[in-house]
Ligand binder design. Structure first.
Ligand SMILES: Nc1ncnc2c1ncn2[C@@H]1O[C@H](COP(=O)(O)OP(=O)(O)OP(=O)(O)O)[C@@H](O)[C@H]1O
Ligand SMILES: Nc1ccn([C@H]2C[C@H](O)[C@@H](COP(=O)(O)O)O2)c(=O)n1
Ligand SMILES: [Mg+2]
Length: 203
C-alpha cells in the first residue's frame, strides 16, 4: 500500500486516439488527464513565458521539448490537481515519455514521487492516424501540426516510432505494457480499455 499518486502513461502514434480514450477513462474512472502536448501548447501561449519560443520551435519541427520543461509542467499540474481535491490521486499522462530524455528525466525527478501502474498503448495503422489528424485539422482543432505538410515534412510518425519504441521495450521488459487495438470505433476501443482499468487494483 502506498500513498503516492498513481500514474498511467498513455502512448501511441499521433491520432491513435489517446486524448479521446483518456476523456472516456476520466468520465468512467475519475482519473485526471494530463496531456504533455497540451500542457506544452498552453505554456507556449502564455504571454512572457521564457519557454514559449523554444516550445513553438520544437512543435513546428516535430522534435521533443527537453524533459526539464515537460516534467516540471506535469509535476506542477499534478500538485495543483491534488491540492484542489485530495481524492484525485490517479493521473493519465498522455504523450509522455516520448523519448529516452523524457524517460530518464522522469526516472530522476518523478519516479520516487509517483507509483507507475502501467503503460497503456494504442496501436493504430500509420495511414489511419494520418487520416485522423487531417480530419481533426479540418474540423478546426486549431493545431498547427494537423496538416499534411507537418505530418510529412516533420516525419512525425516515423520520428515517433523510432524514439518511442525503445521506451515501450523498456516497460515491456518490466511487464507494465498494456496494448489496445485502436483501429476500431472509439466505443469498441473503450470496451478493451475498460477491462484494463477495472483490473487496476489498489496496492
Ligand atoms: N477510434 C477512433 N476512430 C475514429 N476516429 C477517432 C478514434 N479515436 C479518435 N478519433 C478521432 O481522431 C482524431 C485524433 O484523436 P485524438 O486526438 O484522440 O488522438 P491523439 O492520440 O490524442 O493524437 P495526438 O497525439 O496528435 O494528440 C480526433 O479527431 C478524434 O475525434
Ligand atoms: N512528451 C512530449 C509530448 C509532446 N511534445 C510536443 C511535441 C509534439 O509534436 C507536440 C504535440 O504533442 P501531442 O499533443 O501530439 O502528444 O508537443 C513534446 O515535446 N514532448
Ligand atoms: Mg492528444
Amino acid at each position: 500500500m502506498t500513498n503516492l499518486p498513481k500514474v498511467i502513461f498513455v502512448l501511441g502514434l499521433p491520432g491513435s486516439g489517446k486524448g479521446t480514450q483518456c476523456q472516456k477513462i476520466v468520465q468512467e474512472f475519475g482519473c485526471v488527464h494530463l496531456s504533455a502536448g497540451e500542457l506544452l501548447r498552453i505554456e507556449r501561449s502564455k504571454p512572457g513565458s521564457q519557454f514559449g519560443e523554444m516550445i513553438e520551435k520544437h512543435i513546428k519541427e516535430g522534435t521533443i521539448v527537453p524533459v526539464e520543461v515537460t516534467c516540471s509542467l506535469l509535476e506542477q499540474s499534478m500538485k495543483k490537481e491534488m491540492e484542489a481535491d485530495k481524492a484525485k490521486d490517479t493521473f493519465l499522462i498522455d504523450g509522455f515519455p516520448r523519448n529516452k530524455n523524457n524517460m530518464d528525466g522522469w526516472q530522476k525527478e518523478m519516479s520516487h514521487k509517483t507509483d507507475l501502474q502501467f503503460v497503456l498503448i494504442f496501436e493504430c495503422t500509420e495511414k489511419e492516424c494520418v487520416e485522423r489528424c487531417l480530419s481533426r485539422g479540418e474540423a478546426g482543432s486549431g493545431r498547427t501540426d494537423d496538416n499534411i505538410e507537418s505530418l510529412q515534412k516533420r516525419q512525425l510518425i516515423r520520428t515517433h516510432i523510432s524514439s518511442t519504441e525503445p521506451i515501450i521495450e523498456f516497460y515491456e521488459a518490466k511487464g507494465l505494457v498494456r496494448k489496445v487495438n485502436g483501429s476500431r470505433s472509439p466505443d469498441e476501443v473503450f470496451e478493451d480499455v475498460r477491462k484494463i482499468f477495472v483490473g487496476l487494483k489498489k496496492k
